[in-house]
Design a protein. Structure first.
Length: 487
């Protein structure tokens, strides 16, 4: 698959300088977004010195660009570009210039493009658009704003079907979820992929930088994290740092997934030949019945935070259990015989309680809704469900928060009164972003020894990475990446 570096600079000199830097990277193509240059240039001849094949683009605002001139002005500029050595021109599918292209742009290769900045149509309509554009140009291009997992699946399915026509095409999903289509452009049989010159120079939402696209190649290892919301997650920074440090052509992406999209996400992961993904709030328990099988920890906790895909079979794992165990080990906190209070009854609580009961702790559980707490306790004999009022007067040696309260993007509050804390307690918050939550601050204020969820985060990530790749990432690399992302 070819790679095109897209250049969008505000002045002619900046566009020329960026194009020269791009040429040094030896891409297959360079796209110059002439519409971004202000004022519009009268002379483009300096681009002739850049030997890489170039695409001239003058995109109007309706399709995500900044060109507000007339068709006549656009035609003049495109002809100037051709005289300056540009080999390819990009014209929108609804432009009147298309009908005159055979005469006005006789020697140019033509990209006929369509952009929808708001939504993605169904698969059948995407294919129709690609067919219509293929009839008007040498390369059929379409880009759509992706708003759901279903949208990504529609784009991927359309690409797989249209690729059988042997037409040159580029199909892109724009936005955070659209990053999947960009990372898998080769797998989708696209003729080439657009990339930015470097991070921060993107010309469209979700665009990857050239070095990343080149490193990934046509058959990358694609992983990610599913859940909703994902604004708190620093897993992409950790795993991508690990991929880089081990020189593995892999990419880890945030994949916002709502409850009703879970089954579609599983279909999409198979279509894109993903290696697997992490699972976070609120799907750790909901995904269990949708998987092919569970490993021992997932089976016993009835919660999954990691899915491994091998030859089309999806296996659920719970690497959170390992993360919890390593957190207590590093803190030199032995829980055998200790009185422990766990707050929450979701997937994180199941991982913590599995470790605590296995290690011999005397575990009590409190949750906002008693029913969920009772269901969890039924799976772990010996766990006692208590009310919040009881929790505040009982003497606990260890307190663990397994709710998302205090996490970035969730209510900034503690899940329990600070009356439960006392000097010398060990207080652990599975929340890792921010590092010090209100829960931990309250505990520290009353003399407790506190531990954030960052250690658990890094340790569970190491296990997940190993499960996907068969290679062990550096603890230091992942830990540093997490700290840097959290701040």
């Amino acid at each position: 698959m070819r790679i095109c570096i897209s250049i969008a600079e505000k002045t002619l000199d900046e566009a020329l300088a960026a194009s020269r830097r791009a040429a040094e990277k030896s891409p297959d193509l360079i796209e110059v977004r002439i519409d971004y240059i202000h004022p519009l240039p009268d002379d483009l001849m300096k681009f002739k010195e850049i030997a890489v094949p170039k695409i001239a683009t003058l995109r109007p605002p309706s399709q995500g660009g900044e060109f507000i001139g007339s068709d006549r002005e656009k035609s003049i500029l495109l002809r100037k570009a051709l005289r300056a050595g540009f080999k390819v021109i990009d014209i929108e599918s609804d432009s009147p210039l298309l009908s005159r292209a055979p005469n006005e742009f006789r020697d140019a290769e033509l990209i006929c493009s369509s952009h929808d900045l708001h939504l993605t149509p169904e698969t059948s309509r995407i294919i129709e658009i690609l067919i219509e554009n293929a009839a008007k140009g040498d390369v059929s291009k379409a880009a759509f704003k992706v708003n759901s997992i279903h949208d990504v699946l529609s784009i991927v399915e359309a690409a797989m079907i249209f690729s059988s026509t042997d037409n040159e095409f580029v199909l892109i999903g724009m936005g955070e979820l659209g990053g999947l289509t960009r990372a898998c452009a080769g797998r989708m049989k696209c003729s080439f992929a657009y990339a930015s010159l470097e991070p921060g120079k993107e010309t469209a939402p979700g665009q990857l930088d050239f070095d990343t696209v080149k490193r990934l190649g046509d058959s990358p290892i694609i992983t990610g994290i599913i859940g909703f919301p994902l604004g708190h997650s620093v897993s992409p920074q950790m795993h991508n740092a690990a991929f880089l440090s081990l020189d593995i052509p892999g990419l880890y992406l945030p994949i916002p997934t709502r409850d009703e999209e879970l089954e579609g996400l599983l279909d999409l992961s198979l279509e894109l030949n993903m290696m697997g993904f992490n699972v976070t709030i609120p799907h750790k328990e909901k995904i269990v019945p949708l998987l092919d099988k569970l490993d021992d920890t997932a089976s016993k906790t009835k919660a999954v935070n990691t899915v491994v895909i091998l030859e089309g079979e999806m296996t659920g794992m719970n690497t959170d259990v390992y993360g919890v165990a390593k957190t207590f080990e590093k803190a030199e906190m032995r829980v055998k015989g200790k009185r422990v209070l766990v707050i929450g009854a979701g997937g994180a609580a199941r991982a913590c309680i599995y470790f605590l009961t296995s290690a011999g702790a005397r575990t009590s559980l409190v949750n906002r809704t008693r029913f969920r707490a009772d269901v969890l306790a039924d799976d772990f004999p010996g766990v006692q469900v208590i009310e919040k009022d009881d929790a505040e007067r009982l003497p606990f040696d260890v307190i663990v928060n397994c709710t998302p309260l205090g996490m970035r993007g969730f209510p900034d509050e503690s899940p329990i009164s600070n009356q439960v804390f006392r000097e010398g307690q060990f207080v652990f918050d599975t929340v890792y972003n921010p590092r010090i939550t209100r829960f931990l601050a309250d505990a520290q204020g009353r003399g407790a020894v506190i531990q954030s969820g960052q250690e658990m985060l890094v340790q569970q990530a190491i296990k997940a990475f190993e499960a996907w790749t068969g290679k062990s990432p550096s603890y230091e690399v992942m830990s540093e990446a997490a700290r840097g992302a959290i701040g």
